[in-house]
Ligand binder design. Structure first.
Ligand code: ARG
Length: 473
């Protein structure tokens, strides 16, 4: 590269030596920040209005500039690869827009950079990008949660074992299990919404580090871009990437939830459990073993969530120890965010339909929930209701279970006479207290699996997830 070739850069004046060619290619961010074109144009229009208000542009010049910026956006198309290939000299998205604007409206374009720096621009573009991504992710999550609620409603009073330590614990409604994921998703939405509130401030007017060198009314650009106001400190605003950190951390937590769901479904679809039959529409076969139907979708969910966790990790390590204010390192914070957004979007595009396609084997689930003494806790509760101290009741039922194990009988198959041999507190009403229904309904607390509680929880979940209730989450 000759020194003349530096002259189309945004910073060429001070330089006499050409850039090392390999370095020049390597440091360019345009191949990935091309994705910020719409945000860069929106932020540039807002800045144009702010500098016009400060007397830098006449009304006519402002109108030309706004028209030119719209033209840059419209003429660039949506094929990013083609846009990048067509502008090999563009260093980054800021440089690209300035070059295109110059082609569109001539040297007036060069006034746009008055009173601004790329440091505040990239901070603004990324905030706009993340804000949109948060809205899209929250919308996708709401759809997934509603699909789970629908599935839970269809499951009615179907039961399954719950597990602790991966050992059968107590029977629960299938709907109750599905609502556990709805609770996780609602927290994910709330984390995203919360991060959005905190990040919704506009860096424009912060300059390179110390604030704009023009007496800009910063409220103008903030308002134009739908921010709640300008950021409070120029050094922070140009180097702050907390919003990327929070956003990717929220997505990482979502990824953790998604991978738990994926793992449970993968396990439950095995022949060993047989709780569900994964739809062929989301499975593939084995090239070697003709009998197989592999749970590719859930396995890929489990795998893709690693990328979400990875993005959050990259952002933390990137920002850790970075001195104030802007440092070029921050350019490396973009790609993990883009990847996380694409990964979450890809997942959420399919997850609701996949969730609706799930077919449970309720009979198998019921057998698993009604064998193996899952009503032992209800049985102990019966004794404690009769005045036996719970610790003692626990021990007595433990002995009854042992008796059952030795003789191959469930609790309800042991005659009263034998039970009374272990405790005089047993009465005829014992058998009614350990039926499946009683075992469910004794958990009659809010958040419990009693049938009436789950029915109410489903109604409440639907209400919270309705589009008009969005603000509550
Ligand atoms: N591409 C850069 C980034 O992503 C834009 C800001 C560059 N600023 C600078 N002073 N070189 O961070």
């Amino acid at each position: 590269m000759s020194k003349e070739q530096n002259s189309n850069k945004m910073w060429s004046g001070r330089f006499r030596e050409p850039l090392n060619q390999a370095f020049e290619q390597w440091q360019r961010s345009f191949p990935f920040d091309v994705r910020l074109l719409a945000q860069e144009v929106a932020a540039s229009k807002a800045h144009a209005k702010a500098i016009a208000a400060a007397g830098i542009l006449s009304d006519a010049e402002l109108a030309t500039m706004l028209g030119g910026l719209d033209e840059v956006l419209a003429s660039s198309g949506t094929d990013w690869h083609a846009t990048v290939a067509a502008a090999p000299e563009a260093e980054d998205i800021h440089h690209f827009v300035e070059m295109q604007l110059t082609k569109a409206i001539g040297t007036l374009a060069l006034k746009l950079h008055t009173g601004r720096s790329r440091n505040e621009q990239i901070a603004t573009d990324m905030r706009l990008f993340v804000r949109e991504a948060i809205d899209a992710t929250a919308k996708g999550l709401r759809k997934w949660a509603l699909a789970l609620v629908e599935l839970a409603e269809q499951a009615g009073e179907a039961v399954m074992p719950s597990y602790t330590h991966m050992q059968r614990a107590e029977p629960v409604l299938v709907a109750h299990w599905l609502l556990a994921y709805v609770a996780m998703i609602e927290r994910d939405i709330s984390r995203l919404t919360d991060a959005r509130r905190r990040m919704n401030f506009c860096p424009l007017g912060s300059g390179a580090v110390a604030g704009a060198t023009l007496a800009l009314d910063r409220a103008i650009a903030a308002r134009e871009l739908g921010f709640d106001g300008p950021t409070p400190n120029s050094m922070d605003a140009t180097s702050d990437r907390d919003f990327l950190l929070e956003f990717t951390q929220a997505l990482a937590t979502l990824g953790v939830h998604i991978s738990r769901f994926a793992e449970e479904l993968t396990i439950y679809s095995t022949a060993e459990f047989g709780f569900l039959d994964l739809s062929e529409a989301f499975s593939t076969g084995s090239s070697a073993m003709p009998q197989k139907k592999n749970p590719d979708f859930t396995e890929l969910l489990r795998g893709k969530s690693a990328r979400l966790v990875g993005a959050a990790t990259t952002l933390s390590v990137l920002i850790k120890g970075l001195p104030l204010a802007y440092n070029k390192d921050l350019q490396e914070g973009q790609e993990p965010v883009f990847d996380a957004v694409d990964t979450a979007r890809g997942i959420l595009r399919i997850l609701p339909a996949f969730t609706r396609s799930l077919k449970f084997n309720f009979e198998r689930m019921k057998v698993a929930a009604t064998t193996g003494y899952l009503n032992a806790m209800a049985a102990a509760t019966y004794l404690s209701n009769k005045g036996v101290p719970f610790r003692k009741a626990h021990e007595i039922i433990g002995n009854v279970v042992r008796l059952g194990l030795e003789s191959g009988r469930e609790l309800d198959a042991i005659p009263l006479a034998e039970l009374r041999g272990l405790s005089a507190a047993f009465g005829e009403d014992f058998f009614a207290s350990i039926t499946l229904e009683a075992t469910l309904d004794c958990h009659d607390v809010s958040g419990g699996t009693a049938r009436a509680r789950v029915r109410a929880a489903l109604v409440e979940a639907r209400e919270r997830l309705s589009p008009t209730a969005g603000a509550q989450l």
